[in-house]
Design a protein around this ligand. Structure first.
Ligand SMILES: CC(=O)SCCNC(=O)CCNC(=O)[C@H](O)C(C)(C)COP(=O)(O)OP(=O)(O)OC[C@H]1O[C@@H](n2cnc3c(N)ncnc32)[C@H](O)[C@@H]1OP(=O)(O)O
Ligand SMILES: O=C([O-])CC(=O)C(=O)O
Length: 391
C-alpha cells in the first residue's frame, strides 16, 4: 500500500504546458514567447510586449498603431468608479482599491460572462488601459490630490507617470519605469498567475480571475515584497548599519524581503537589468546612500545565506527614487502583470481542464456524532489510493 507523495506548495510540480514564457533557472534566463526578456527590455515599448504576450508575436507598425489607438481611448476610469474609489477609507491599501476597481469594472461590463477569445481580449485591453488611472488615483489621493485625466498623446509609461505626478519626468526615469514594466509583465506559473488559471478553469469570468490574482500578488512572499523591501531599507537606515541589522534579523529567523526565489536558486534573471535601471535612476535623481545600503545588504545576504536578490529588490528602491509612495509599488506590479495574467487566462480557456489537485487526509478518522469511541485514525488520499491505517 503506497502513500502518495505530497508536494507542499506544489514545489517542482509541472501543472500544465504553456507557450507564453519560459523560466530557466539553470541558465538564469527568462523568455517571453521565445524572446529574452533583456532583449525586450532594451528594444521594446511595454505596449509591444503586451501585444507579444497576447498574440504570440511582436506587433507590426500597423498592429501597434491600432492597439495604441484603442488602448488610449480606454484609459479613463468610468466616473462612478472614480467616485467609488474615492469613497473607500483613506487607510485602504491601494491593492485593495485596485482589487475593487477590477471587480467593479467586471460588474459594469455587460459582456462579463462572455468567455470567447474576442470578448476576453477586449476585456484584457480594457484592464491594461485603465489600471494606470486607478493606481495613479490611489497615490494622488494619499497625497490629497485630485485624480488627473489621462493624456492620449502619451505612450503608456509616460501617461502612467503623468497621471501619477502631474508631469512627464525626464527620459531616464520614463525608460527605467518602462523597463520595470517589461520585467514584471510575465513569469510563467507564479502564485498570482496560477491563481488566475485556477479561477479561469472553473469557467468563471476574466474579471474574477484577475481580482483573485490581485489578492495573490498582494502577499509579501510574492508581489508585496517590493513594498516590504523599502520597509526593510528604511528600517536599516544606512549602509554601515547593514551587518548589525542582518545578524539580528537572521538570529530572529526573519525573512529578508526581496531575497530568494522558488524557481531561481542562482539569481533572478531579471535582476541585472533592473539593477542597471536603478543605477540610471540614481544618476538622474540621486540616492547614492540608498544604493550603498542596497549593495551592502545584497553582499551580506549572499555571504550569510547564499541567497540572491529577486526582481522586487531593485524595483522597490527604483520606484521610491522615481517618487512613488511605497504602497503604490505592488499596484504597479499589477498594472504590468495584467498582460501576463490575461495571456494565461486565454491559454487556460483554449485548452481548459478544471484545476483541482488532491490531498492526503490527516484529520480525525471517521467517527459518529455522540455514539461510542471513535475507530482507529486513518489517513486516506483523495486520489483513490487505498486508505491507510495509521497508529
Ligand atoms: C516577484 C516575486 O514574487 S519574487 C519573490 C518575492 N518574495 C520575497 O522576496 C519574499 C522573501 N523570500 C522568500 O520568502 C522565499 O525565498 C520565497 C517564498 C520567495 C521562495 O521560497 P521557497 O523556495 O518556497 O523556499 P522556502 O520558503 O522553503 O525557504 C527555504 C529556506 O530558505 C530560507 N529563506 C528563503 N528565502 C529567505 C529570505 N528571503 N530570507 C531569509 N531566509 C530565507 C527559508 O527560511 C528556508 O530556510 P530553512 O530551510 O532553514 O527553513
Ligand atoms: O515566479 C515566481 O514565483 C515569482 C516571480 O518572480 C514573479 O511572479 O515574477
Amino acid at each position: 500500500m503506497s502513500t502518495p507523495t505530497v508536494h507542499r506548495g506544489l514545489a517542482g510540480v509541472v501543472a500544465d504546458t504553456t507557450g507564453i514564457s519560459s523560466v530557466n533557472p539553470d541558465t538564469n534566463s527568462l523568455t517571453y514567447r521565445g524572446y529574452a526578456v533583456q532583449d525586450l527590455a532594451e528594444h521594446c515599448r511595454f505596449e509591444e510586449v503586451a501585444h507579444l504576450l497576447w498574440h504570440g508575436e511582436l506587433p507590426t507598425a500597423e498592429q501597434l498603431a491600432a492597439q495604441d489607438a484603442e488602448e488610449r481611448g480606454l484609459r479613463a476610469l468610468p466616473p462612478d468608479l472614480v467616485g467609488l474609489l474615492l469613497a473607500l477609507p483613506p487607510t485602504a491599501h491601494p491593492m485593495d482599491s485596485l482589487r475593487t476597481a477590477v471587480s467593479v469594472l467586471g460588474a459594469n461590463d455587460p459582456g462579463e460572462d462572455d468567455n470567447s477569445p474576442a470578448a476576453n481580449h477586449a476585456k484584457s485591453l480594457r484592464l491594461f488601459a485603465a489600471l494606470p488611472a486607478a493606481v495613479a488615483l490611489t497615490q494622488r489621493r494619499r497625497r490629497g490630490l485630485l485624480p488627473l485625466e489621462p493624456r492620449a498623446d502619451l505612450g503608456y509609461a509616460e501617461n502612467f507617470l503623468y497621471m501619477t505626478f502631474g508631469e512627464v519626468p525626464e527620459p531616464a526615469i520614463v525608460r527605467a519605469f518602462e523597463i520595470s514594466l517589461v520585467l514584471y509583465a510575465e513569469h510563467s506559473f507564479n502564485a498570482s498567475t496560477f491563481t488566475s488559471r485556477v479561477v479561469t478553469s472553473t469557467l468563471s469570468d476574466l474579471y474574477s480571475a484577475v481580482t483573485a490574482a490581485v489578492g495573490a500578488l498582494k502577499g509579501p512572499l510574492h508581489g508585496g515584497a517590493n513594498e516590504a523591501v523599502m520597509a526593510t531599507l528604511a528600517e536599516i537606515g544606512s549602509a554601515d548599519r547593514v551587518e548589525g541589522w542582518l545578524s539580528r534579523a537572521l538570529a530572529e529567523k526573519r525573512r529578508i524581503m526581496g531575497f530568494g526565489h522558488r524557481v531561481y536558486k542562482h539569481g533572478d534573471s531579471r535582476v541585472p537589468t533592473m539593477r542597471a535601471a536603478l543605477g540610471e535612476v540614481v544618476e538622474a535623481r540621486g540616492g547614492e546612500d540608498l544604493l550603498a545600503m542596497y549593495e551592502a545588504l545584497a553582499s551580506a545576504m549572499l555571504r550569510e545565506k547564499g541567497l540572491h536578490p529577486n526582481l522586487d529588490y531593485p524595483a522597490g528602491p527604483a520606484y521610491h527614487l522615481m517618487g512613488f509612495d511605497t504602497p503604490t509599488f505592488t499596484p504597479i506590479f499589477v498594472a504590468a502583470r495584467i498582460t501576463g495574467w490575461t495571456a494565461h487566462i486565454a491559454e487556460q480557456l483554449a485548452r481548459n481542464s478544471l484545476i483541482r489537485p488532491t490531498s492526503l487526509y490527516t484529520g480525525p478518522a471517521e467517527r459518529r456524532v455522540g455514539r461510542g469511541a471513535p475507530p482507529a485514525p486513518r489517513a486516506a488520499a483523495e486520489d483513490g489510493s487505498p486508505a491507510r491505517r495509521v497508529r
